[in-house]
Design a protein around this ligand. Sequence first.
Ligand code: NAD
Ligand code: TYD
Length: 360
Amino acid sequence: MILITGGAGFIGSNFVHHWLAGHDEAVAVVDKLTYAGNLDNLASVAQRPDFSFERIDICDRSEVARAIATHRPRAILHFAAESHVDRSIDGPGEFIRTNVQGTYELLEATRAYWSSLPPVERDAFRFLHVSTDEVYGSLDDGAPAFSETTPYSPRSPYSASKAASDHLVSAWHHTYGLPTLTTNCSNNYGPYQFPEKLIPLVILNALDGKPLPVYGDGSNVRDWLHVEDHCRAIERVLELGRPGRTYNVGGKNEIRNIDVVRTLCAILDELRPDPAGSHERLITFVKDRPGHDHRYAIDPTRIESELGWQPAETFETGIRKTVRWYLDNAEWIARVRDGRYREWIDRQYGRRAAAEGADR
Ligand code: NAD
Ligand code: TYD
């Protein structure tokens, strides 16, 4: 069986569905269920005998060790993290706690378990750390994409905490021999993404006729990958990746934020026309994110050539599917938009609007 941290979040829950659909091997999820963790994401598998869930904070080493000892996984996949850059600017403490301290506690619990395994199981064991391209920092237009040898240069509290976690994982491999794998992936989109991130936020605001907030002038570039393609990449790295190695994951879909928002507006104009006019009328340029990274781009040569991974979705096919998913899942949306979500949105965008006023 495999054990997954953060399996109630966006990518983790997509991975659980992906795994259970294609493998005859059980999954145990441990997740703290922060605002971003949502058991609704796992509702359709909750009753399966090959699925189990435990509410555990990864910073609690004894609880993590107990879960590992109970399930005796052949692999641990580490998705749990605080993941939203704007929240990390607002309050970095939780990012240091979960992403740095939590990864350390998890590594130590894993090392104790792994050391106790018989040699054959110890050799086969894997610890796969799910990380981000944001650890490499920001690219100028035209600069070469991030490769696995690009020096780390994180610039937000989020990316700094993820960079720290990557270094811990690397150290546990080199010092203790723990068979680790690390993936550094670009921006994901798809089902079950919490509507604080650009794509679901824009879809939901557009459906409500609310402003579509674009930071700065909208020229920042992200390299978008459908979450299913990320799940396939993680699966491939787990099975074929070389311990100690890192793999960059990206779909060569570099798009400016303003073009992502316009694409979403065009799809919604077609699928859910608004009698008041095109959804583009709702685009609103707001005060930029402090330290906003200009561009991310992934060079996926290693995972393509060594592991034979290729994305199945283009941005055009993936974004259309994603919009349809949000249109078809009104109940999921209603349930995630609870008080804590509204409180964050009010605080975040209320403050940006206030700052805009002050700038004028
Ligand atoms: P998410 O915020 O949607 O989910 C994070 C999950 O971790 C939630 O279920 C949350 O409850 C859980 N969690 C948080 N703190 C915890 C703790 N202390 N103990 C146990 N569980 C805890 O994040 P996501 O977008 O699914 O990202 C998953 C991983 O992928 C993260 O490590 C992130 O850095 C990485 N990543 C994300 C993207 C992206 O575009 N979303 C891209 C590349 C890499
Ligand atoms: P986001 O989804 O927060 O991912 P990340 O910051 O990890 O790349 O943001 C994607 C891009 O969209 C980023 O350049 C910031 C921008 N953005 C907006 O313009 N408006 C918004 O309301 C949000 C949430 C993000």
